[in-house]
Design a protein around this ligand. Structure first.
Ligand code: ARG
Length: 264
């Protein structure tokens, strides 16, 4: 995670961003600290990346790399404003002793468009990631990549439209209208029992969630997801990341998952 010390909305690269709307940095920081502390109180360790001035979106750490089986696929951002973030992440992994690092050739924004389930690497395309990044990721991770076409600009990254609830059982939740008809059919085939989110809960960024297999951290405004999650045996944990939503991100965007093994 990366604290939103330099968070701001100075450009608009997704429909949530409005540079005319002021941002309250102390509030953003307090909300972010609350999310970090909740992870820690649930027993998860959280590493902090040093924020850099001039990179107002750096708080959205999920976009900086994708880590699976201890292998690190670097990011390559679609817009020049975020481009230097990729290097900051790579430097962190190098300093930590990660041995298997691949610098991306094709545009991919980390876990924004790569979502890891137990069986697959789901890969979004349409707004940010290049379709060519899908093959690059499959080759590097040796996991089957399932390409999914995003069609609604509000859900410009796959992680704004779909979340993994349980990696072991391939349990997911998603918002069907964010996907093309063919991709919807693919999702129905792969995940016939998935939880589908309403337009209202999706618009509250409810799918930008992080699950540890039991607790599901999600924006508190996505209230319609709470009972369906409980019925499936999950414990929903609502968090307020209202300031960061002005940048077009919430819980998952702020969280890059380091899937082990970690370097010795
Ligand atoms: N303002 C950022 C952008 O548009 C938000 C990134 C959100 N991150 C995510 N994982 N969906 O690039």
């Amino acid at each position: 995670m990366c604290p939103p010390v330099h968070f701001d909305v100075t450009y608009a690269i997704n429909p949530w961003m409005n540079p005319a709307k002021p941002v309250d940095v102390p509030l953003a920081l307090a909300q972010w600290e609350d999310l970090r502390d909740r992870y820690r109180s649930l027993g998860h360790s959280v590493e902090e990346l040093t924020p850099r001035p001039g990179l107002p979106d750096m708080v959205f750490a999920a976009n900086g790399a994708t880590v699976v089986d201890g292998r690190v696929l670097g990011a390559r951002f679609a817009y020049p404003q975020r481009e230097p973030e990729a290097r900051a992440h790579l430097e962190w992994f190098r300093a930590r002793g990660y041995g298997r690092i691949h610098e991306a050739e094709h545009v991919n924004e980390g876990e924004g468009d790569f979502v890891v389930t137990g069986s697959y690497l789901l890969a979004g395309r349409g707004f940010r990631a290049s379709p060519l990044s899908h093959g690059e990721a499959q080759e590097f991770f040796g996991r089957p990549v399932i390409g999914l076409d995003l069609v609604d600009p509000r859900y410009y990254h796959l992680d704004t439209a779909l979340a993994v609830l349980d990696e072991d059982t391939d349990d997911v939740m998603y918002h069907p209208p964010a996907f093309s008809p063919g991709s919807r059919e693919v999702l129905r085939r792969l995940f016939p029992d998935a939880l589908t989110a309403t337009a209202e809960d999706a618009a509250a960024m409810g799918l930008n969630a992080v699950s540890d297999g039991l607790h599901v951290l999600l924006p508190q405004e996505a209230a319609g997801l709470f009972d369906p999650l409980r019925e499936r045996g999950f414990v929903p944990v609502g968090v307020d990341l209202g300031e960061l939503l002005k940048g077009g991100g919430s819980v998952k965007c702020c969280t890059q998952e380091l899937r082990g093994p970690a370097p010795a």
